[in-house]
Design a protein around this ligand. Structure first.
Ligand code: ADP
Ligand code: MG
Length: 489
């Protein structure tokens, strides 16, 4: 261990992308459309218009709160966070302060980082609205209100993270949680995830459970990609370590800095003493409302199993390897496909092999979602059954797979129409063996049971006659028996 250890806390903002409409207006929740096409007067702060809370957004936020093991509120209300910026037409953002409970407090998340189990405590989770988006050009700027009012979930962790790798693993875990809950794509490339990263360092030999021993918190604002989070943390740890070595750390004030993607550095914005006072107060146009126990229970019982749990199940119940299980749960659609096929009565290991092998490589090279994939779980079961019943060989199975996708017909139809059925019927193979023996007297004479190498020649002849359809293990067994008998006679 080095001389210092890092304490890292994240504020992760993630848009809820799966509601139909915005969080306080009936405009469509979709901002990739033409600029300023999905807007209602309330999104532009026209006078006299009133916000209406989107129940679906609250439900999704509560799902997240439950999935993070947070405590949920009994009543909910919103607050105005007052500040001016051109992307904020109202002059305030509707959000929730942490008192008494926003959509959740005091949760805990377990995730994996480099094969180790980690825990991060959640300080709180709250629901708010996104701002409009600004684009800056040489001598003018444009504003698009489509994003104004898009529901945003902000998650605040305790500073339980200790490295850049751990922070990224946590964010990847959270992306998976939101995707599995069906509340957000959580795609940072689409600008749906933005983070503020808080970093400090402390002496490694001190007790990290005592906040008195923590270093000075440096907040890095607006980090918009997971790679940015990693780089910003590593940059700050290095920068702060240098300050420590130069005895410049102890008297440092809390600061807000911003991440500059281009230079890969953090740049000083303001000191905590200049912190903005947002003058929070309760939004008077949204009455405080009660969340019924019945509704909360309904939401709780609707929570899907998340990736972390599914992976554990796959390893424990199905004996899959850690590696196979990890690949299966990476995307919920793939995991659902796997589970559906297994539920039809297939062997989990076989399904995992097909899914992680042929299917994923096909989907990747075709850049296709499994939802658009022609070979549905029912067909994968057919294919596996055809192989298990030895109607076709494993090798033929791969050909059938390709033909199913090419001709858009079921595996059974393909096997029939292509005449791919293996011959396993022993009497049929027997007849062919007799023909081969009659036609090859010198090879029969050369056969030596101690050195059955010449058997390959006979199998070759059988395959020729059946155009490859004889089941090789059945053919080889029968052929050997017959030849041995001839030799004994
Ligand atoms: P503020 O009141 O300045 O917003 P909070 O206590 O709400 O500060 O913390 C904001 C974020 O900073 C949280 O994610 C928290 O975990 C993190 N944090 C707090 N103290 C430290 C510290 N000493 N080092 C690193 N992160 C910290
Ligand atoms: Mg705070």
């Amino acid at each position: 261990m080095g001389k210092y250890k890092a304490k890292i806390g994240l504020e992760m903002h993630c848009e809820i992308s799966e509601t139909k409409t915005k969080v306080f207006s009936s405009a469509k929740n979709e901002y990739s459309d033409e600029a300023n096409s999905n807007i209602r007067p309330v999104d532009m702060a026209f006078p006299g218009v009133l916000p209406v809370v989107n129940k679906e957004a609250v439900r999704m936020a509560l799902m997240a709160s439950m999935a993070l093991n947070c405590k949920q509120p009994e009543y909910m209300y919103f607050e105005r966070k007052n500040y001016y910026y051109p992307d904020l037409p109202k002059g305030y953002q509707l959000t929730q302060e942490t008192k008494p409970i926003p959509v959740g407090i005091y949760g805990e998340v377990t995730f994996e980082c480099e094969g180790e189990e980690k825990k991060v405590r959640i300080n709180n989770l709250h629901l708010e609205e996104d701002a409009a988006s600004l684009d800056h050009y040489d001598d003018f700027s444009t504003i698009d209100y489509n994003r104004a009012g898009v529901p945003l979930l902000e998650l605040v962790t305790e500073p339980d993270i200790s490295s850049a790798a751990e922070a990224v693993a946590f964010l990847e875990h959270m992306r998976s949680v939101y995707q599995y809950l069906g509340i957000s794509e959580a795609d940072s490339k689409k600008g749906q995830v933005r983070c503020d990263v808080n970093v400090s360092i402390m002496d490694a030999n001190l007790d990290e459970n005592d906040p008195q021993n923590w270093g000075t918190k440096i907040e890095v604002k607006n980090v918009n990609s997971f790679g940015g989070v990693r780089d910003a943390i590593n940059y700050e740890i290095k920068r702060q370590t240098k300050l420590k070595e130069n005895n410049e750390y102890a008297n440092m004030e809390q600061q807000t800095r911003r991440w500059d993607e281009e230079s890969g550095t953090t740049i000083y914005m303001r000191s905590k003493v200049d912190a903005i006072d947002y003058k929070y107060f309760v939004e008077p146009n949204i009455p405080k409302f009660k969340l019924s126990k019945k509704w909360l229970d309904e939401i709780k019982s609707s929570l899907p199993r998340l990736a972390y749990k599914r992976k554990k199940d796959y390893i424990e119940k199905y004996n899959l390897s850690d590696y196979d299980a990890s690949i299966l749960v990476k995307q919920k659609d793939i995991s659902d496909y796997f589970e559906k096929t297994v539920s039809l009565g297939c062997d989990a290991k076989q399904v995992a092999n097909w899914t992680n092998g042929m299917i994923l490589s096909y989907l990747n090279s075709a850049e296709m979602s499994i939802n658009d994939f022609f070979l549905k779980p029912e067909m994968l079961k057919q294919l596996i059954d055809l192989i298990n019943s030895k109607t076709i060989s494993t090798k033929q199975g791969k050909e059938v797979f390709a033909k199913v996708l090419e001709k858009e017909k079921s595996p059974e139809e393909i096997v029939k129409s292509e005449g791919m059925m293996q011959i396993t019927d022993t009497s049929e193979i027997d007849t062919i063996i007799d023909e081969v023996i009659n036609e090859n007297p010198s090879q029969v004479a050369a056969y030596d049971p101690e050195r059955p190498k010449i058997l390959d020649y006979f199998i070759g002849q059988i395959m020729k006659k059946t155009r490859g359809k004889a089941n090789p293990s059945v053919a080889s067994k029968l052929m050997k028996e017959k030849l041995d008998k001839i030799k004994q006679a």
